[in-house]
Design a protein around this ligand. Sequence first.
Ligand code: 5GP
Ligand code: MG
Ligand code: MG
Length: 179
Amino acid sequence: MFNDIQEVLYTEEQLQTKIKELGETLSRDYEGRNPLVICVLKGAFIFMADLVKNMTIPLELDFMAVSSYGTATKSSGVVKILKDLDVPVEGRDVLIVEDIIDSGLTLSYLIDVLERRNANSTRVVALFDKPVRRTVGLEADYRGFELPDAFVVGYGLDYAEKYRNLPFIGILKPEVYSN
Ligand code: 5GP
Ligand code: MG
Ligand code: MG
């Protein structure tokens, strides 16, 4: 598995340092608001776990699964809810936890859905951002790292459902795709 990686972009330690900072900022900003923290499955599951461990305020969690990529490396442009939230968002301060923002299609769709359900506020925390790839006008409210225009894996992010368990984020060797 590690042999398939061409380059490590951010090490486990660098990721953890940044996530600790994000957790501290979010704890300040959401103090006394009991936010509903929503993990966008599957890619954000590790980030979500590490982030909430660094949030020192009362909060609630929920999970949502949407399809956008399938097993390829390009967005299909179609967003579908595969698993919806268990709890209503009406009146809640919602924080969407995303692994990465690429085209922005998935997030703009999600934000739209949650606002139509009358959330009190909807913000986004994304660990990674590829701003040059954006096709819709959308910015994360909180962001970890800006990435170049490359397909990355690890720390929750997959290629054909593999590599999610790598503790760092990296770029695959080109020959891995052609297999
Ligand atoms: P977007 O809708 O912003 O184009 O991207 C939606 C989803 O595609 C992201 O949340 C993520 O799950 C996946 N994605 C985008 N870029 C990458 C990437 O570089 N690597 C991997 N593994 N997934 C990505
Ligand atoms: Mg995602
Ligand atoms: Mg994927």
